[in-house]
Design a protein around this ligand. Structure first.
Ligand SMILES: [Zn+2]
Ligand SMILES: [Zn+2]
Length: 245
């Protein structure tokens, strides 16, 4: 009840109130809101709220990441495309199904919360790439341990929700993403904002320390390994070029 918007299902059963600026809806457990319905994609759609937007009318976008479509006021967005959302819009995952259709409403009180730092669950553990971390045997007291409940989030890419691959870190916010995911997101823009917090980017760094952390995590959680097919898909995508790093 304290989020920046509400999504109320037309059947009246669910009221979702995201507080993080990025909100994902889908069947996969890594989504902000998990909906266990076979008609829902692993990640069905994602909302992004740009608190710093000058024009409040275009501050919220909905990205269609589904297989079967996201419909805003009856109009299909299209996979990989996005649509601006305004108060009163109806987002339908399956048209005509009230439990999978939501009325979107902006909350006015977000204005008063302006100087509050947006927190996402990804902020709980920040893994910094530093020389010290790369030295074998060196472990700072607060470095996350494989298998802890927080590490799964800390090593998850905020774009694809998979384990970080060819990890890059956005400076200064220190959010981590797969290199290929970041490359796709920035889409040749020189200083694309951080996809997670929308903060300004001064530069992007390769995070070599993350590789060892993920290897250790996979030894304890082999089920989190990407499938061979996912791996091939990622490998086929271009990585952030060295000239940018
Ligand atoms: Zn990724
Ligand atoms: Zn960020």
């Amino acid at each position: 009840e304290n989020g920046w918007c509400t999504l109320k299902s037309l059947c009246g059963t669910h009221t979702i109130s995201p507080s993080a600026p990025t909100f994902s809806f889908g069947r996969h457990s890594s989504c902000s809101w998990v909906c266990d319905d076979r008609r829902v994609s692993n990640k069905h759609f994602e909302l992004s709220y740009n608190r710093a937007a000058v024009c409040k009318e275009t501050a919220v976008t909905c990205v269609d990441t589904s297989s079967n479509g996201v419909f805003v006021n009856g109009k299909k967005i299209g996979k990989g495309k996005s649509s601006v959302l305004r108060s009163g819009d109806v987002i339908a995952l399956v048209p005509g199904v009230e439990a999978l259709s939501f009325t979107f409403t902006m909350e006015n009180k977000t204005e008063e919360r302006k100087d509050e730092t947006p927190l996402t669950r990804f902020d709980t553990v920040i893994v910094e790439s530093s020389e010290a971390n790369e030295e074998e045997g060196q472990e700072s007291a607060n470095s996350p341990r494989p298998g802890s409940s927080q590490i799964g989030d800390a090593i998850t890419c905020g774009i694809c929700f998979g384990l970080l691959y060819k990890c890059v870190t956005v400076v200064p916010c220190m959010h981590n993403f797969c290199g290929p995911c970041m490359r796709e997101w920035s889409d040749a823009r020189e200083r694309a904002p951080c996809p997670q917090c929308r903060g300004a980017t001064t530069h992007i760094r390769r995070n070599h320390a993350m590789l060892g952390i993920i290897e250790a995590f996979l030894r304890e959680n082999p089920s989190r390994q990407r499938t061979a097919e996912e791996q091939r898909e990622l490998d086929a995508k271009p990585d952030v070029p060295d000239s940018v790093l």
